[in-house]
Design a protein around this ligand. Structure first.
Ligand code: AOF
Ligand code: ZN
Length: 338
């Protein structure tokens, strides 16, 4: 794989990234078709049940793609699902070479495209290095869901500098400023479901739907333990954990398995502090986005990370942040736990 290959593959990854949050339970995938340095066409997978990235790409080609190189951010599928195998189309179109961003973790595929395409006389390469890592990151939620039956879980909290998400009376509007809240809106468009604990819903009545105009509608997951919700908080995209996910008030892992079975690969949990703590204690969190506001509330406010207390020697350690940046007056700190 040379530099030009890495660049075209990066374009395929970019096409996929634009679809993140829209393709569940499928992964976001992008593809680009190139011959002798000329871009013939490109495409992405837009929605589960519709054609895959390779199909959209090859159909968009401005000329016959025979002999061309197909760059695809994920291994082409080799079995029939809701749509026919992309490997068949790649052979039928007489593509000369396929460059794959990362192998498909779906056990039905898992590298099978490589011998299949090679047997048909097609050169196949699997990327390495930064662009390969980018392609793998892109499908991390799909990879976790398809291998473990659990959704990728991102925990996002807006905190005061002393780690509180609300004052002693429960008021949390607003801890962070408008830039941070806009950033959260964007984050919501990139996941399949937004989850909150029951206390937070009762206190805040958050809509949990992205307010962006062309964003797909998300599942809302309300994690209750017992008391029913006022119907005003419920709609056809709302799942109440005890009612719809068989949650028993204790086994969060089983609840997440049930959520994954509904086709949710990527979950954003926005609190409250006890749910956040319980998810961390259970080792169910994959990524942590903490937004710190330059405010201090003092003790007796509501902690955002209510894990079971630990001695310093056994503190929950997150490692170095993968990103640290200003959002207006606030500071975003991002951690990856898996
Ligand atoms: C690809 N290109 O764009 C996507 C792929 O039910 P289906 O037919 O849509 O197949 C879904 C599976 O295909 C999915 O689990 C994953 O393994 C693969 N997704 N593959 O070559 C694509 N979205
Ligand atoms: Zn396919």
């Amino acid at each position: 794989m040379n530099e030009a290959d890495a660049r075209w593959l990066a374009r395929a990854a970019e096409l996929a990234e634009a679809q993140v949050g829209r393709t569940a339970p499928n992964p976001a995938v992008g593809a680009v078709c190139v011959r002798e340095g000329r871009h013939l066409g490109e495409g992405a997978h837009l929605r589960a049940g519709t054609p895959h990235a390779e199909v959209n790409c090859l159909n968009a080609c401005t000329e016959d793609p025979a002999g061309a190189t197909l760059y695809v951010s994920l291994e082409p599928c080799s079995t029939t699902g809701r749509t026919p195998p992309c490997c068949d189309l790649i052979r039928a179109k007489r593509i000369g070479r396929v460059v794959i961003g990362c192998l498909d973790p779906n056990p039905r595929h898992a590298g099978r495209a490589i011998p299949l395409l090679r047997e048909a006389g097609i050169a196949v390469e699997v990327a390495t290095g930064a662009v390969a890592e980018r392609c793998r990151r892109l499908i991390a939620p799909f990879a976790k869901a398809v291998t473990l039956g659990l959704p990728y879980l991102r925990l996002k909290l807006a905190l005061t500098l002393d780690g509180f998400i609300a004052d002693a009376a429960g008021s949390s509007r607003w801890v962070t400023g408008p830039e941070a809240r806009d950033w959260v809106q964007h984050l919501r468009t990139r996941v399949d479901a937004v989850m909150v604990g029951a206390g937070t819903v009762r206190a805040d009545h958050p809509s949990l739907q992205p307010h962006l105009p062309d964003a797909p509608r998300k599942w809302r997951v309300l994690v209750d333990r017992s008391a029913p919700f006022p119907p005003a908080d419920l709609d056809d995209r709302t799942l109440v954990a005890t009612r719809d996910l068989g949650y028993d008030g204790h086994d969060l892992r089983a609840m997440l398995h049930a959520l994954c079975a509904k086709g949710v690969n990527d979950v954003l949990c926005e609190g409250g502090g006890r749910l956040a703590g319980a998810l961390l204690d259970a080792g169910l969190v994959d990524a942590l986005d903490l937004i710190y506001a330059p405010k201090i509330l003092g003790p007796s406010a509501r902690p955002g990370l209510a894990i079971a207390p630990r001695p310093l020697a056994h503190a929950l350690s997150l490692g170095a942040p993968i990103e640290c940046r200003a959002l207006g007056m606030d500071t975003l700190l991002r951690f990856r736990l898996t």
